[in-house]
Write a protein that binds this ligand. Structure first.
Ligand code: IVH
Length: 707
């Protein structure tokens, strides 16, 4: 039972506005785990199990709870992470300015909240006009085009937002992308961003030809556009009818205009195609009317769109608003309602994840929703099955918004029902057939997840561990994907991570070259790729270990906190022996909380895990973590804002501190460097004084950071 004696699964039904703080804490934990699992399936396995709409709903709930309880934002919160990683086929390009994504609005209220938030952040009077641009959200893939002295030098996909793929050669075959910018006085560096897409007609025509040729059909225009752009052979890209709308920019050595709408006109004059449906709106009512109008015209447009994007028109205000984790504060995507269909549940299958979590998946009678054939839907967990009351044989409504596997919305009661309620298995489907337990999470509450208790002995978990180890965000070894690692595992060649690095030495016996699917060259390439990974960054290494609750963000925080593997490893071993000082040391790190500490302690308390780690560290060299940049007076410092500020809002001040490389913390501790106190400061100021932390007024703070 959870806070207030309510089973964890029922919390999901409570409106955010009614959650108590204790309940919110439990909910955030559940959401973080669930969203992380979806991310992994979507980005690393290309095998999502929920619809975009269901996924968005989870993120939205998470954001809403965090909004109400900012103090509860978790180190591993999904709001702190961005999307997909590059695939490795193309050279990587680091974006000079990250390519972030947009926050979503799902209804009219979210849009008014968005405008109200901007007003609050900028401290605007009620009579000050807020002007926005509204434009279609194109369902394609975003692209960054770098022009130096007016010449196209690089075209890059978004990738994980920080680093994308170099698709310059392919981009140059797209007729709507200018190779030279038109006009005079063009800034020396212009990074123009926009969306690559394929028209519906072109997509249908391509599929008609595929069908005639007996080839596999493409799923939808967006995937086809993505696939077309990411061809190794630029001639293939050239043969595909791709289009491009320019709608934003990254690095610019000078920004020629003062508003979003003027920038779009500027882009059009430089030779880009811009969306003719963009409109300037002067009120929330106008924005909503635009959304409504576009939704009714959606089907008649020549290309797929999935909503409307609103952007604040004034660029100086965009600049002040800045970004919050993965989204700009000055823009939002207002999605269209998802598409639905009904189909029959043929079976319910149980899948076992890396940490032993069991996920039930509904196997559906294939049905076409929004042009895509779907046949799987996740049922999340036992509680969800009970909540929905799904039985095998039932007809269910499913919903999808993008191109992924849908969410089950509910049972169609008027249709013939399955004979008997579904019984969640009592034993794991793995060969050990262990007893299934409900996850016990921090504080002793019972989680919604069922898990296999087989741990090291469960081959399903072992293989998932290895898959995680070689995944893109972990060791990312070229030529060693899921398929290969599964094969090596089955053949008993790789049972744990260290074995990957001894493969080559054992190859005399194994003779990989003779295995189907391998050849002399691919084996040599594989060994070279493995050798290249004998050096690895500390954060990747920590992430790759696959410790529960230690996602990428947490791994990065740990790496930065300890700097070296030696220091981190020593701390974990002490922690596992119950050393309180180490526990405090970890707790003091930004973004690290009780759940992560417990998970580290549990992991390193296990002799089996220690063995895996020791054998692995004999094989690899772990590089020290990068020190935070030292080019600003507050880089690496921890700052706490308290009381009210006059020149800017607290959010704005925090954002500014973070931009300058400082950490903005919520509470004062001995690790705090500065407390910036305005009128009305209370307990935090008192604490700062007691701990001897430097206290600054707002004016002193502004002076320190240079205005
Ligand atoms: S503006 C800082 N405008 O939506 C973000 N994005 O979730 C600037 N997209 O990755 C993006 N149409 O691929 C913007 N008219 C539009 C868009 C648009 C589609 C995509 C883009 C981006 C994603 C954000």
């Amino acid at each position: 039972m959870t806070a207030n004696n309510m089973p964890a699964h029922d919390l999901g039904k409570i409106p955010v506005s009614k959650l108590t703080e204790a309940q919110a804490k439990v909910e955030l934990k559940r959401l973080a785990a669930e969203i992380a699992a979806h991310d992994a399936r979507y980005y690393q396995e290309d095998a999502p199990t929920v619809s975009d709409a269901a996924y968005d709903a989870l993120r939205q709930r998470n954001a809403a709870i965090e909004g109400r309880f900012p103090g509860l934002v978790r180190a591993d919160s999904p709001s702190r992470r961005v999307g997909a990683m590059p695939t490795g086929k193309f050279a990587k390009v680091r974006h000079a300015v990250p390519m972030l994504s947009l926050d979503n609005a799902f209804n009219d209220e979210d849009v008014s909240d968005f405008a109200a938030r901007i007003r609050r952040f900028l401290k605007l009077d009620a009579n000050e006009a807020l002007v926005f641009t509204a434009e279609p959200k194109i369902d394609g893939l975003s692209l960054s085009l770098r022009y130096e002295d007016g010449k196209l030098v690089t075209g890059a996909t978004r990738g994980d937002g920080e680093e994308g793929e170099d698709v310059t050669a392919n981009v140059k075959t797209v007729a709507e992308i200018p190779h030279d910018l038109r006009g005079k006085n063009i800034p020396a560096v212009c990074e123009i961003r926009g969306e690559i897409y394929m028209t519906k007609v072109a997509f249908l025509e391509l599929n008609r030809r595929q069908r005639e040729a007996g080839e596999q059909l493409y799923v939808n225009p967006r995937n086809t556009a993505a696939g077309s752009l990411r061809q190794k052979d630029a001639n293939v890209t050239a043969s595909r009818p791709l289009h491009f709308f320019a709608y934003s920019w990254g690095e610019m050595s000078a920004i020629p205009e003062k508003s979003q709408s003027a920038m779009i006109e500027w882009l059009a004059k430089r030779g880009f195609k811009t969306n003719s449906l963009m409109k300037v709106c002067r009120s929330v009512e106008e924005m909503l009317a635009y959304h409504h109008d576009l939704e009714t015209r959606r089907a008649a447009l020549g290309y797929d769109i999935d909503g409307v994007v609103y952007k604040l028109n004034r660029l100086d205000w965009q600049e002040r608003l800045g970004f919050v984790s993965r989204h700009p504060r000055w823009a939002v995507a207002h999605k269209f309602a998802a598409e639905k269909a009904a189909t029959i549940v043929r079976d319910i299958e149980i899948q076992v994840g890396r940490t032993g979590a069991l996920t039930p998946v509904a196997k559906l009678e294939p049905v076409t929703v929004g042009g895509v054939v779907v046949q799987n839907a996740t049922l999340h967990n036992q509680d969800e099955i009970e909540r929905l009351g799904v039985r095998i044989g039932d007809t269910v409504t499913i919903q999808r918004a993008g191109d992924v596997i849908p969410q089950v919305l509910g049972v169609v009661e008027s249709k013939p029902r399955g004979a008997k309620p579904y019984k969640f298995p009592k034993t794991c489907p793995c060969p050990l057939k262990t007893e299934v337990v409900r996850e016990s999470i921090a504080g002793g509450e019972e989680g919604a997840r069922a898990r296999c208790t087989g741990e090291f002995a469960c081959p399903f978990q072992k293989i998932e561990h290895l898959r995680h180890f070689v995944s893109r965000r972990a060791f990312d070894i070229d030529g060693l994907g899921e398929k290969q690692i599964e094969l090596f595992f089955e053949k008993n060649w790789v049972k744990e991570p260290a074995d990957i690095f001894t493969l080559e030495a054992r190859d005399k016996k194994i003779k990989l070259e003779d295995v189907e699917g391998f050849g002399e060259v691919s084996v040599q390439n594989l060994f070279a790729a493995i050798a290249a990974r004998r050096e690895i960054s500390l954060e990747r290494f920590i992430y790759a270990l696959g410790i529960r609750h230690v996602g990428e963000t947490t791994a990065r925080a740990l790496a930065r906190g300890y700097g070296t593997w030696k220091a981190f490893h020593a701390a974990c071993l002490k922690l596992a022996k119950g050393d309180d000082e180490t526990r405090h040391e970890l707790d003091a790190l930004d973004q690290i909380g009780e759940t992560v500490i417990e998970a580290l302690a549990a992991y390193f308390a296990e002799a089996h895990n220690r063995g895996i780690v020791d054998r692995l560290t004999e094989q690899v060299r772990i590089l020290d973590a990068e020190k935070p940049k030292k080019n600003s007076p507050i880089a690496g410092k921890t700052v706490v804002f308290t009381g009210s500020l006059e020149k800017m809002t607290r959010d704005e001040a925090k954002a500014m501190a973070e931009r300058l490389g400082a950490k903005a913390a919520g509470s004062v501790s001995k690790n705090t460097d500065y407390v910036v106190a305005g009128p009305g400061a209370g307990s935090k100021l008192a604490e700062a004084k007691q701990l001897g932390v430097t206290v600054l007024t707002e004016a002193e703070w502004l002076k320190l950071v240079g205005g």
